[in-house]
Design a binder for this molecule. Structure first.
Ligand SMILES: NC(=O)c1ccc[n+]([C@@H]2O[C@H](COP(=O)([O-])OP(=O)(O)OC[C@H]3O[C@@H](n4cnc5c(N)ncnc54)[C@H](O)[C@@H]3O)[C@@H](O)[C@H]2O)c1
Ligand SMILES: [Zn+2]
Length: 359
């Protein structure tokens, strides 16, 4: 087996390593680096448990750790107060000590919910992220944001809790449904657009091999796309400034998802349309015209470039309720490829025109 790729997240005493490569679940026990742990509380969801649970349990158990498993229902509804309570009580029932480890095996839902349980149980126990979606491996498992939802809104209750390690087994991505893979690609494209470098060119040139999901090719993609997030998190761990750039395309995306009652476009589709909107808005405001680059990247991965659907007025009303609203709307735009900026006080006529281009 080839050696895994290593990405270091440098956050002083909260630093950790992201391990990336094929078949890493088999080595999970040695990679989690938890010398004082006796128990691993493995949290996963029912789909992932069936596909990858056994490899994860065996991998963790190689170092003599006792592995206990808690299985969530797949889907966003598991990021709830009810699920959290049952997780906390389960952690108590299995006799979790402060030096034991919660391991989150699954997508962003498992990572966020198990992460929040780890952030709060005993005022915080060690957490290891073992993401199995592309979105998880390049985005949600990195950076320490954990959260659950309320009926009043998504991610309203949460905490920053950095993991001790992140284990990205790119072989798990083979079983990901196509629309989940596409959602991860929308975030990879986002990272390519907001960071300087050649990732955008490579994503365009290599769309065939990436879509074929060869685990080694995916490992390179995950390393490059995750590195963008790592760099931004290192600069701004708690989102005081530059971490907001990761919301590129997301202001419109969140509005479209909410307006459709979370039963419309997938998150990736919404983000794709949101980035096209941002590209049009940037052009409208006199920044570099990169609409064509956006379109060819998104089309290479079968992501939509128009089709927002809703009336502008409905979208504008939803924006005002956005969690990131801060005495006025602000949008992440690109002055040019790899040069994101936060822009406030944009004229309504420009917003409307850019929106009509993706409606
Ligand atoms: N904490 C952060 O910084 C952050 C960042 C972005 C998104 N998020 C959160 O992440 C969540 C979305 O994450 P997601 O897109 O990974 O969704 P998810 O966790 O719901 O996973 C998507 C689906 O894929 C299934 N699945 C997961 N891995 C699989 C595999 N290897 N093979 C087959 N099926 C698999 C799951 O069972 C689920 O049904 C949202 O709740 C969002 O708020 C958090
Ligand atoms: Zn997203």
């Amino acid at each position: 087996m080839s050696e895994p790729h290593e990405l270091r997240v440098d956050l002083g005493s909260r630093s950790y390593t992201i391990w990336i490569g094929p078949d890493l679940l088999a080595r999970a026990g040695e990679l989690v680096e938890a010398p004082k742990a006796e128990t691993i509380a493995l949290v996963t969801d029912a789909s992932v448990a069936g596909l990858h649970g056994e490899r994860a349990r065996n991998g963790l158990a190689t170092t003599g750790l006792r592995v206990e498993q808690f299985t969530l229902e797949p889907g966003e509804s598991s990021k709830s107060t009810v699920t959290l309570e049952s997780m906390w009580r389960w952690l108590a029932a299995v006799g979790m000590h402060r030096t034991d480890v919660v391991a989150a095996l699954g997508g962003g839902v498992v990572g966020d919910a198990a992460g929040f349980a780890a952030a709060t149980y005993h005022r915080g126990v060690p957490l290891v992220q073992m993401p199995t979606t592309l979105l998880g491996q390049i985005d949600s498992a990195i950076g320490g944001k954990t959260a659950i939802d309320l009926p009043e809104g998504k991610n309203l209750v949460g905490a920053f809790h950095q993991p001790r390690a992140v284990v990205c087994d790119t072989t798990t991505l083979q079983t990901l449904p196509d629309h989940e893979f596409a959602t991860g690609m929308a975030e990879a494209i986002k990272h390519a657009l907001i960071a300087p470098g050649t990732l955008a060119d490579r994503l365009t040139a290599q769309s065939d091999v990436i879509t074929a999901r060869d685990p080694e090719t995916l490992a390179t993609l995950v390393v490059d796309a995750a590195a963008v997030k790592v760099r931004i998190v290192q600069e701004d761990e708690t989102e005081q400034a530059d971490r907001a750039f990761l919301n590129y395309g997301h202001t419109l995306a969140h509005a479209l998802e909410a307006l459709a009652g979370y039963a419309g476009p997938t998150h990736g589709e919404a983000v794709a349309i949101g980035m096209m909107f941002a590209a049009n808005l940037a052009t409208e405001l006199g920044y570099a015209d990169r609409v064509g680059v956006h379109r060819s990247l998104l089309e290479a991965y079968d992501l939509p470039t128009t089709g927002a659907g809703f009336e502008y007025e409905d979208v504008a009303r939803t924006w005002v309720r956005d969690k990131k609203y801060e005495a006025g709307m602000r949008f992440v735009l690109l002055e040019d490829l790899g040069r994101p900026v936060l822009v406030r006080d944009i004229q309504e006529s420009a917003l409307r025109k850019a929106y009509e281009a993706v409606r």
